[in-house]
Design a binder for this molecule. Sequence first.
Ligand code: BMA
Length: 384
Amino acid sequence: MKINIILYSLKIIFVSLILTTDCSSKNPTPPEQPSKILTKTNDFLVDSLATTETIALFKNLQELSKTKVLFGHQDDLAYGINWWAEAGRSDVKEVCGDYPAIYGWDLGDIHQQANLDGVDFNQMKAWIKEAYSRGGINTISLHLDNPVTAGNSWDNTPAVKAILPNRNQHAAYLKTLDLIANFLKALKTDAGIQIPIIFRPYHEHNHTWSWWGRNSCTTDEYNALWQMTVEYFRDKHQIHHLLYAISPQEANSETAYFARYPGDDYVDIFGLDYYKLYNKSFVSDLGKSLHLIATLAENRGKISALTEVGVERVPDPNWWTEYLLAALKYSEQSKKTAWALVWRNASKDHHFAPYQGHKSVPDFLKFYRDQLMIFENELPDMYR
Ligand code: BMA
């Protein structure tokens, strides 16, 4: 009898545990409704209710970009060549003694424990906090799964139409956005300050590899997806610590840059992703594009940035100064690029930043010491 009661109680505990876990993963917190009337904080950002720190980040980036380019690296604190999730480590720091000024992260696979590249989301939150506490800047991209097929980002089966308002996959897609919103809301200091994030969804949309790319959805559908996402975070979830960055890949005319563009009211930062810098003949091509987007950004009160760049394995030992720095220094305008972020150091065959012992280290040190470049230690307070 006693044993039966014990077994029965254990069963109840077990079932309720399962139910709780199930509910929290399937039903993320629904958006909060604003509890008070919020007052406008600015009239130049996508979010007129942006927090003080977010406005400061934008203004400081705008000011700093007149004289400096910040260096950024994807997943810098999470792993590097021959190490994984070790406190304090960073390939960039181990090469030049300083952390990058900008840290890139990605929320692909947000419905799981770890992202598509294996980075644990709880650890990612801690690293974002750590970077912020040192004065660094965090940017987040989204390699989200195809919402229609459940394939990955590179499954370019058309899907955008199905997730727009009033379409059959809309509600399901909002659940994914809820998971992202909850992650973003959790990015707070111990004092309760929301950590500003440069949010860079649906990138390289002028190319064709992704389900939001040019062969998979129309321009109107893409713009509607972007606008819907901004409005959902900003107005429904009341998230006010984001700057919104758009980043076509290799766009070298105004028409190309704005071919798929949700509008000035929905974009704070004009980014560019560029992966053709494997040959010196492309230095001036990138320089011209940076010149162009810096000018477009300036004319519209925005900021421009080289949101992704790099050559896998950095095969030319002088790549840092003779390719990247040369492109950034192409003109007075191109020098106004706010930052340049290189992609992740996954392995010796797939890395974009140097690591100890790599043949590009001496040149990276020259790049690091160049007056134009700025890493974390030299950053002014970006949040005041
Ligand atoms: C790509 C590669 C992939 C990775 C993806 C998202 O460019 O680095 O290995 O999964 O980015 O980070």
